[in-house]
Design a protein around this ligand. Structure first.
Ligand code: SAM
Length: 224
């Protein structure tokens, strides 16, 4: 799967390109991330890509022309790419949406800054707006990285033997608790059943814990 990212801060993406699950997916040629410096598409010598808002008010707005030129350039390489604008006003990123997005071969992620992008980009150039939650952060880059990571995890070969099928939300419920060595630490004991070697009992215990955990921490999911 290919991600093209339009951003004023391409270096931020080294956080996922160089470390962890996404980086491993890139090494295995299952994923690729291409960052595009929006300022390269500016038509002025100061490399500006933003201007004052019509109607007045605080903050700057990202202009149509550089963004549109950049999207056109990306579409010359990947004509069928889906253009996603990271925005607090978008559809909420959930497990379900990450799974849907993982079916595309290519996503172009537009990262806003300042007050966001000129509305005409959303009307004409963007296929979908996606939000990582009901709060505002300072730029779309962190949101884009969250999206790339969560979508990449839905591609089975990316995780390899680290199975995501039992992850929280995969079945609409939370994950069961996990333990590792040692068996006892500071008087805290690993549940006996996990040491029993009896797989059917372990599976049954885990299934119970999934329900208990969800009931305890996320009533809203448990009552669905
Ligand atoms: C300061 S925000 C602009 C917020 C905008 N004025 C509003 O209130 O809807 C700058 C950029 O950060 C990104 N952003 C902020 N919050 C986000 C969220 N919850 N999910 C995804 N992207 C977000 C968007 O790309 C946005 O254009």
């Amino acid at each position: 799967m290919r991600f093209d990212v339009i951003t004023l801060f391409p270096d931020m993406f080294s956080a996922i390109k160089d470390e962890g699950v996404v980086a491993r997916g890139i090494k295995k040629s299952l994923l690729s991330i291409h960052t595009w410096q929006l300022r390269d598409f500016s038509d002025n010598k100061y490399r500006n890509v933003d201007d004052k808002p019509y109607g007045g008010g605080a903050g700057m707005v990202m202009q149509v022309k550089p963004i549109r030129s950049c999207i056109e350039k990306i579409k010359q390489k990947v004509p069928n790419t889906q253009v996603v604008y990271l925005s607090p006003q978008g559809r909420k990123l959930t497990h379900q949406l990450a799974t849907e997005l993982s079916k595309f071969e290519s996503l172009t992620l537009l990262c806003g800054r300042y007050e966001g992008v000129d509305e005409r980009i959303i009307e004409h150039d963007v296929d979908m707006e996606v939000s990582i939650g009901d709060y505002v952060i300072s730029g779309g880059e962190l949101a884009a990285m969250v999206l790339i990571d969560s979508v990449s995890r839905q591609i089975p070969a990316v995780l390899g033997n680290q199975d995501s099928l039992n992850d929280s939300f995969a079945n609409g419920l939370l994950d069961y608790p996990h333990y590792t060595r040692p068996e006892v630490i500071d008087n805290q004991q690993v549940p006996e059943v996990l040491l029993s070697g009896h797989q059917a009992n372990i599976d049954q215990w885990r299934a119970q814990q999934v329900l208990k955990n969800t009931q305890l921490k996320r009533q809203d999911l448990a009552s669905k």
